[in-house]
Design a protein around this ligand. Structure first.
Ligand code: GYE
Length: 344
């Protein structure tokens, strides 16, 4: 292990001399080591080196997810975490994974921005004997043995629940036979979260002949793009009954656009808002009467990955696909209590 860290250090020196760059943040940022620094005298022999390629920092969900890894894989727990933010670009992730292989890390954790295009790089990791744990989004590869396991959410189930929730809601309002105009603000195309959330909802959509999906547009999972897409929808369509927004940050942008267009939304407004993630700020908007329902996506994957690594270190098997538990929240619930108890 010591050789690996020495190797990481030399690669770092090399990168600095070639690019004249600042320290990479996994070495310079003390927070990432949870307040502790590595010194020459530290005994690294028992450290488990993990290279973690994160999608980006596009949303509240994502930041919480990143923190859960940084808090679980700490030097105090005998981990050395090399964190890389891919800024929602697959090419950056391919580079990171290849660097991790070069650095001879013990494990690679990959949250793939999109599902396809991973076969080659994962074969390289396999050839180097480095186990790869896929988190949150999934990969579609020819050979499932290219990764050890996957841990994340059931996005399709989340949006099937969303569709069923809408059926019930409209029924309660006596609107089951009314023509319902819907728009969808989608996440990054080809990401598991987008595919699952779009397709799950489509299943219920196809059963309700009076539901009319006006359009799908990519909001890139960001607030700015979500706002832009919603502005376009409001300019284009007179009568929108429902907005399905495939993550909370795009919803925050949509709420701004709706307000600017002097329309109303939420349980007492004109537009029904269905969102995904259920981050703290979204539940606050729900409490303020702006969002109708939010389907939780559990970001706390760091400790689960740690447990999996610990099993693997002991030579035990891990389950190939591991789904996390998730709930949903709507405006009929005791949101003040829920918000006060929630950690994310
Ligand atoms: O919903 C969104 C993020 O893949 C579950 O990505 C994740 C999604 C999440 O940017 O906020």
């Amino acid at each position: 292990m010591k050789q690996k860290l020495v190797c990481i250090f030399f690669i770092f020196l090399l990168l600095c001399s070639v690019k004249g760059c600042a320290m990479p943040d996994y070495i310079s940022d003390k927070d990432k080591l949870n307040g502790s620094t590595l010194t020459d005298n530290d005994n690294f022999d028992n450290f488990i080196v993990v290279g973690y390629s994160q999608v980006g920092s596009e949303s509240d969900w994502r930041s919480t997810n990143t923190d859960s890894f940084k808090q679980a894989l700490t030097p105090q727990n005998n981990y050395y975490l090399i964190y890389e933010d891919a800024q929602q670009k697959q090419e950056n992730q391919l580079k990171s994974v290849r660097n991790f292989i070069l650095q001879e890390v013990d494990y690679i954790v990959l949250d793939p921005v999109v599902e396809t295009g991973w076969d080659t790089v994962l074969s390289e990791a396999k050839a180097a004997g480095i186990p790869v744990i896929i988190v949150d989004r999934q990969v579609v590869v020819e050979d499932e043995d290219l990764y050890t396991c996957w841990i994340g959410s059931n996005f399709k189930k989340q949006s099937i629940k969303a569709g069923k929730w809408l059926e019930n809601y409209l029924k309660k309002k006596g609107r089951s036979d009314e023509k319902i105009n819907i728009v969808t603000i989608q996440g990054i195309p080809d990401s598991t979260a987008q595919i699952g959330r779009t397709n799950g909802f489509k299943k219920i959509l196809s059963k309700n002949k009076n539901w009319n999906m006006l359009e799908y547009q990519n909001g890139e999972f960001t607030q700015a793009k979500g706002q832009e897409v919603m502005e376009y929808y409001l300019d284009t369509y007179e009568d929108i009954d429902v907005v399905v927004s495939e993550n909370d940050n795009m919803t925050f942008g949509a709420l701004k656009a709706i307000e600017a267009a002097q329309k109303t939304c939420g349980p007492d407004g004109d537009i029904i808002i269905i969102s995904f993630d259920a981050v703290h700020a979204a539940l606050q908007f729900m409490l303020d009467g702006k969002i109708n329902v939010d389907f939780e996506c559990n970001p706390m994957l760091g400790p689960i990955v740690k447990e999996n690594i610990e099993r693997l270190e002991k030579g035990k098997a891990v389950k190939k696909k591991q789904y996390v538990d998730e709930k949903y929240f709507d405006s009929t619930m005791d949101l003040e209590k829920i918000l006060s108890e929630r950690t994310y």
